[in-house]
Design a binder for this molecule. Structure first.
Ligand code: 1GP
Length: 246
């Protein structure tokens, strides 16, 4: 329960949190140490590692490098059952509650149990809502589900509330990696008003101003990935935007 307790404690202290998402498939093994050295002295709350498609099997190499160089908690953001690894501190056990694909609501979880037991890592029960971000993202395509329309905050809120009632411990609104438009502020505000559990927001956040807007709307934790592949130098500004948020 260590990572979840940390997320909750920071939320209760009114601190905004940032997770940097690294997709191991987008890198070479040699990159991981360089990235870890860039991350290690910044107040990054979590490193999320994973992707919708991991074809190169670099998850282990990535976690190994991050673990040996940084002390930032490592959380797997899995695209499949196979992305379970005991070097991580925790894994987002995602239920794609915006979709109606039974496999992604319970089927894959059943298959993952032996791997999760063996790895003995903390599982973070997460209600995952894909929100239309203006293009078909990998997550949407692979899951074969429709995202929630961006102009339907009430659907997002009812879905999040149902997930919280069912017992999910986190809600994650995701416009998808590289989304053109981020999760709308109005939707974040509505969901935030209606749930108690920590709220993660990600997908297409490219500037510190966008980050601040999502935090002001009510996000407790931002997930930032894609922009750092294109502009690694923006990392410090993104972290500052979150950490200096008042
Ligand atoms: C994607 O929310 C994450 O699932 C992060 O999105 O890569 O667009 O920052 P980006």
């Amino acid at each position: 329960m260590k990572v979840y307790s940390t997320i909750l404690a920071k939320k209760q202290q009114g601190k905004k949190q940032i997770a940097i998402l690294v997709d191991p498939d987008k890198h070479r093994v040699a990159d991981f140490s360089t990235m870890a050295l860039r991350f290690k002295d910044l107040p990054i709350d979590y490193l999320f590692v994973g992707g919708s498609l991991l074809s190169k099997d670099l998850l282990d190499a990535c976690l190994t490098a991050f673990k040996s160089i940084t002390s930032i908690p490592l959380v797997i953001f899995p695209g499949s059952v196979m992305q379970v690894n005991s070097k991580a501190d925790a894994i987002l056990l995602l239920s794609l509650v915006s979709g109606r694909n039974a496999d992604l609501l319970i089927g894959r979880h059943v298959e993952a149990v032996p791997y999760l037991k063996q790895a003995q890592i903390e599982t973070l029960s997460t209600a995952y809502l894909l929100i239309d971000g203006g293009k078909i993202t990998t997550a949407q395509y692979i899951s074969g589900t429709l995202p929630i329309p961006a102009d339907k905050p009430e659907i997002a809120s009812l879905t999040a509330q149902a997930a919280e009632m069912i017992g999910h411990k986190l809600v994650y609104l995701d416009a998808g990696s590289g989304a053109i438009s981020q999760v709308p502020d109005k939707m974040i505000q509505q969901v935030k008003k209606d749930i108690q559990v920590p709220l993660f927001v990600g997908g297409g956040i490219r500037t510190p101003e966008q980050a601040k807007a999502k935090l002001a709307a009510g996000a407790d934790l931002l997930v930032i990935g894609n922009v750092l592949e294109q502009q690694p130098e923006i990392l410090q500004k993104m972290v500052d935007a979150v950490k200096q948020f008042e």
